[in-house]
Design a protein around this ligand. Structure first.
Ligand SMILES: [Zn+2]
Length: 1103
């Protein structure tokens, strides 16, 4: 067992890693700060078993002549990836139906490059961009024309400006919801209150009632049973209660921990049940009852006949019935609790550093705070897998249906106490690579023949070691410089790339940022333009910079637009900025080169002057129409002209209705929901943006989109270029600077400042036997292996699926190497390498013992959210349920101890699969309620595509923290409660967050003292639910809660606006939308109901 090896390696003398620190002779002249400390305290030093476990054991692999005949996964040429740009048509992102034709631009638009430009110094007395074509001066940069902008503008009346007064705050990603939409929602005990819609009509005569089905006492319903030997505890502690059980020695290396002292008598935390450690979750119906097979999709057999069921709502799954309140139901305390699993993992694994020395070791959960020591495999912050034991054969993989998948976050930000990847510079020869498969030097390469050659861990090919890289081997066969070279001893590191890795064999120029601001009526009226321009003055001081560089190498440019575009010359030598207007948007070009992209410090005075003037210039605009396609084209052309990669920050407010390439129409139609045509809502309405995206990727032009819509703007289409260029979308519906400015500015700051690589290509190589077959995320692919990213920032992940193409070997395991070639913010070309080695197994039990459900869910979500482009949501839901049922059924059949057929037995590592899967199934993408807008669905879909595991985890199962139980003296958060209304006490205050939304819910009976301490009012009734921030009060409760809010916000990539929700207030319906264990208003099943449904599905597969 790998765990044994892991255990054994601790506490032994570790001479090797001592040396690591002492001999830090500089990794090829790169910075040496942040070298791992010499001692790994708790382990008594570095791990001796490191080399033995991290490097595949066993006989040397055959040399090339006798190499296995299977084709290595990637034998095609690796380097100079640039000839691949613009070739091929293989898309991995949101596919567009091929039949869509490019809009014939030349027929719709006036030909000719017409523009109006100006060199008149500002300030502008009046300003006249909205010129008719008759006024345009072809092909020259005439001085700016200044005439009334509003002379031929459309009247704004019909556009619906500004939010209606009754709109709720816009910061949530959900649209305003009226209470009516939820009027049928249960108030207190949702899962026991009958609902009058979305339920099966037929009463299921003859079904066993819940009483008879679940009449067993809690101990037999719930958490009993022993399935695995105690050694499993290393991976997932074999207890659901976190406490040592009477008479049981603690399993694994962790001492018994009184970890639940802080839990208190929470409803979600059943007390420890004396007995054996729990490995399988068992649900025992009464003997001889079981679950009667049902029609697919309905599993109301758990309940007594419900004569008053209304017809199910169209297309919604109808397996979520409700029992009459008086009937007994499955006790929610007896089914696997996410909180319990999270807390157990924190207790058992949060205190020790996680060493990556051991192959195939499952890391702590994403919800656990832990420190990572890179000792030969990539940190789980960079790479996480759904399973760390890969079945040896494809037959096994098919049998268990567990997807082989990793979620890779190549540029992840590491905590301050973990070493940033070192940069290795091999000089002119560039990185050391395998001759055949081009894999990069890594800890898995095996040096042979006294160090003169090395054998590739990926393709077995033997490569000569170049003289400058030669080093003698020690008596164990390890190079003497093993600990001095990150590429030999660490899982993650970077190589400096040579000119061979650059486009056109030329080192890149530093990237540029172009700010492109919608100055139409809506954008001005909401206060956006004013707020943004004011902020940019200071924000430009925070552009990303390299290491200790004094200033950023990134140049900046500015464009404003409505139905025409205005470029600005902000050259440092000018006294005032100059504007050039391009009103012929049909054939976009950039009217100036010199002075458009500038160094911030050099041009600061001119830039500040421009930012002062923009809000004034357009303050009286009546122009309501905007273009969008030409805006991206303009930015793209500017980067092309400057021969650099870069990012466009587009601040946009409306559907682009003006006559121009990429013009859109309002095609929103919510009636399509739950029909076969629903998928069209996720597809772009024109192929124009698809083609544009391709061009952008080829140039390294990433597009970040900040949307400020007051109505439908077609996010599915507008966001397409962003999606395929690795950009981010932010959406502020009904934006008002006053109310939403904080959120917008925080997002903008983070977005501008974050670590980012440009013009990137990612390749995943694998050892023989598996290969990467599918990729999910925000990027573009023109062939089947290279993930092309105009840019990739520290928040973006790429989820990769692997398939077998040969048998795997238990001894050698499976190796994965992810190589990301990118341009840094200073223009340096680099390769970031992440290596991960996994175990291979011949027993399915080993696979189920080394799984991670959070990662599995991340994969399922991305799979499903991509599938909705081409399938009905119903089909997607069913296939998710089916695959999950197969996974669990295979476990039951092959790994679980024999037991009554009526028992539901879940693998320990997957016992949360049903609850999390249900959250995905009832999400707004797969099962929308009437209150979710088409744009919000497209938006969420976009966000999810590049989320990491911790983000999807909290997004689908929000964190609910009991504020009234917080320890005001400590740093810890209170233990979360399960995400269900039943868990909320009337006398409590709870904080709920999911990474996008942040609520504070106040119970009606909350003590007046607490209310006073937090809200500065005397009673519940006086709390103003419209407050956007908590009052700053000088008492421990106020301080602690505000600090919790700050910490939570800092943990998430997007700023969450705070909403105060009072119990039984009208806003509560919005809050309840996030209580994922409950039945949802759109027909989504409660956790209890869904678990029963899964049980039925599993039983059907087993029978
Ligand atoms: Zn190779």
């Amino acid at each position: 067992m790998n765990q044994q090896g892991h255990m054994a390696s601790y506490g032994q003398p570790q001479p090797g890693y001592q040396g690591y620190h002492q001999q830090q002779l500089a990794y090829d002249n790169q910075h040496m700060t942040g070298v791992p400390p010499p001692q790994y305290g708790p382990y008594n030093g570095p791990v001796q078993g490191y080399q033995q476990t991290a490097v595949p054991q066993g006989p040397l692999r055959p040399v090339p002549g006798s190499a296995p005949t299977s084709v290595p996964p990637s034998t095609t040429a690796q380097q100079p990836v640039y000839n691949q740009y613009g070739q091929g048509d293989v898309h991995n992102g949101p596919a567009v139906p091929e039949q869509m034709q490019r809009v014939p631009q030349s027929q719709q638009y006036m030909p000719g490059n017409t523009l109006h430009s100006g060199s008149q110094p500002m300030p502008y007395q009046q300003y006249a961009p909205s010129l008719s074509h008759a006024q345009q001066l072809p092909n020259q940069m005439a001085h700016m024309q200044i005439t009334g902008v509003s002379s031929n503008s459309a009247s704004p009346v019909s556009q619906g400006y500004g939010p209606p007064a009754s709109r709720p705050p816009a910061a949530t990603s959900l649209p305003p919801v009226g209470p009516a939409a939820y009027s049928a929602a249960p108030q207190n005990i949702p899962s026991s209150t009958p609902q009058d819609n979305s339920l099966p009509q037929h009463p299921f005569p003859g079904q066993p009632s819940p009483v008879s089905t679940f009449s067993s006492p809690p101990t037999s319903i719930g958490l009993t049973g022993v399935i695995h030997p105690p050694s499993v505890g290393m991976q997932r502690p074999p207890t659901m209660h976190g406490q040592p059980l009477p008479g049981q020695p603690p399993s694994g290396p962790y001492p018994p921990q009184p970890n639940h002292r802080s839990l208190g008598p929470q409803p979600g935390m059943p007390g420890a049940i004396p007995g054996a450690p729990t490995q399988g979750f068992q649900m025992h119906p009464a003997p001889n009852q079981g679950f009667v097979p049902q029609q697919n999709g309905s599993f109301a057999q758990m309940r007594a006949p419900q004569p008053n069921y209304a017809a199910p709502s169209t297309g919604a799954p109808n397996y979520s019935s409700q029992p009459p309140p008086q009937q007994k139901r499955l006790d929610p305390d007896s089914i696997p609790s996410p909180i319990q699993v999270i807390e157990d993992d924190k207790s058992n694994r949060g205190s020790e550093p996680f060493s990556t020395a051991v192959r195939g070791q499952v890391p702590p959960l994403v919800t656990t705070d832990f420190v990572v020591k890179d000792q030969g495999n990539a940190s789980p912050r960079f790479v996480r897998c759904a399973t760390y034991n890969i079945p040896c054969t494809s037959d096994m993989a098919k049998q268990c249906q567990v997807p082989l998948t990793t979620v890779i976050k190549p540029l992840a930000t590491l905590p301050a106490d973990e070493a940033h990847p070192f940069i290795v510079d091999h000089g002119e020869t560039g990185p050391i690579r395998c001759n055949r498969c081009k894999a990069y030097m890594c800890p898995y390469m095996q040096f042979i023949e006294g160090g003169r050659r090395f054998q590739c861990a990926f393709c077995s090919c033997v490569t000569e070691v170049l003289p400058h890289y030669f080093q003698h081997l020690d008596h164990t066969g390890k190079r003497m410089d093993y600990y001095d070279r990150p590429e030999l001893s660490l899982g993650s590191y970077e190589f400096l790339a040579t000119v061979d890795y650059c486009k056109n064999n030329k080192f890149p120029n530093p990237p540029a940022f172009i700010f492109m601001i919608d100055v139409s009526y809506n954008a001005l009226k909401s206060g956006l333009v004013h707020l943004l321009c004011e902020e940019l003055k200071t924000l430009l001081d925070f552009l990303p910079r390299e290491g200790n560089a004094e200033e950023s190498a990134i140049r900046v440019g500015f464009v404003t637009y409505n139905k025409v575009l205005h470029f600005y010359n902000v050259k440092s030598s000018l006294a005032q900025p100059q504007m050039m207007v391009v009103s012929d948007v049909a054939d976009m070009f950039v009217p100036l080169l010199d002075g458009f992209l500038v160094n911030v410090n050099e041009s600061r005075a001119v830039i500040n002057s421009l930012l002062e003037q923009i809000p004034e210039m357009f303050g009286d605009t009546r122009e309501t129409e905007t273009v969008f396609g030409p805006v991206i084209q303009a930015g793209l052309e500017a980067l092309k002209a400057a021969e650099c990669a870069g990012k466009l920050f587009i601040f946009h407010s409306t559907l682009p209705l003006a006559e121009a390439p990429g013009k859109l129409k309002n095609r929103d139609d919510k009636k399509l929901i739950n029909t076969d045509k629903e998928k069209t809502l996720f597809q772009p309405q024109t192929s124009f943006y698809n083609n544009l995206a391709k061009e952008c990727v080829a140039q390294g032009c990433c597009v970040d989109l900040f949307l400020f819509p007051n109505q439908y703007v077609d996010v599915a289409t507008l966001g397409l270029v962003t999606y395929q260029t690795g950009g981010s979308i932010y959406k502020y519906t009904y934006f008002q600077a006053q109310a939403d400015g904080e959120r917008f500015l925080n997002d903008l700051h983070r977005d501008v400042r974050k670590v980012i690589g440009f013009d990137a290509v990612m390749r995943v190589r694998t050892s023989t036997g598996i290969r990467a077959t599918d990729f999910f995320g925000s990027f573009y692919m023109s062939n089947t292996t290279d993930v092309e990213l105009a840019a990739l920032d520290c928040d973006k992940t790429i989820t990769v699926e692997f398939k077998h193409d040969d048998k795997l070997n238990e001894d050698s395991g499976a190796q994965i190497q992810c190589a990301l070639l990118y341009t840094s913010c200073s223009g340096q070309r680099r390769l970031r390498i992440h290596n991960l080695s996994l175990n291979c197994c011949t027993q399915l039990a080993d696979l189920y013992r080394n799984c991670e459900t959070d990662t599995l869910i991340n994969f399922f979500v991305k799979l499903a959210y991509r599938a909705v482009l081409n399938n009905s949501t119903k089909t997607v839901r069913e296939s998710l349920i089916n695959q999950s049922a197969q996974i669990l059924a295979c476990y039951r059949k092959n790994c679980a101890s024999p037991s009554s057929a009526g028992q539901l037995i879940l693998p320990e590592c997957m016992k949360l699969l049903p609850v999390y899967l249900n959250c995905v199934l009832k999400s707004d993408i797969l099962q929308p309620g009437g209150d979710v807008s088409t744009d919000d669905r497209a938006y969420i879909r976009h966000l999810i595509a590049s989320m990491d595991v911790s983000e999807t985890n909290v997004f689908f199962y929000p964190r609910v923290l009991p504020v009234h139980k917080m320890d005001v003296d400590g740093d810890d958060f209170p233990v979360a409660v399960r995400c269900s209304e039943e868990r909320l006490s009337k006398g409590g205050i709870y904080l709920l967050e999911n990474g996008l939304n942040l609520f504070i819910w106040v119970g009606m009976s909350t003590q007046h003292d607490l209310i006073q301490s937090i809200f500065n009012v005397q009673s519940f009734g006086q709390i103003d639910s419209g407050m956007a921030t908590l009052p700053q009060l000088d008492n421990p409760y106020s301080k602690k809660l505000r600090s919790m809010v700050d910490v939570i916000r800092a943990q998430r990539p997007r700023f969450m606006k705070l909403l105060i929700v009072k119990q039984e207030d009208k806003m509560e319906v919005l809050f309840k939308h996030f209580l994922m264990e409950d039945k949802s208003s759109n027909g989504g099943a409660s956790y209890v109901d869904f678990l029963c449904h899964m049980h039925k599905e599993i039983r059907q597969l087993l029978s």
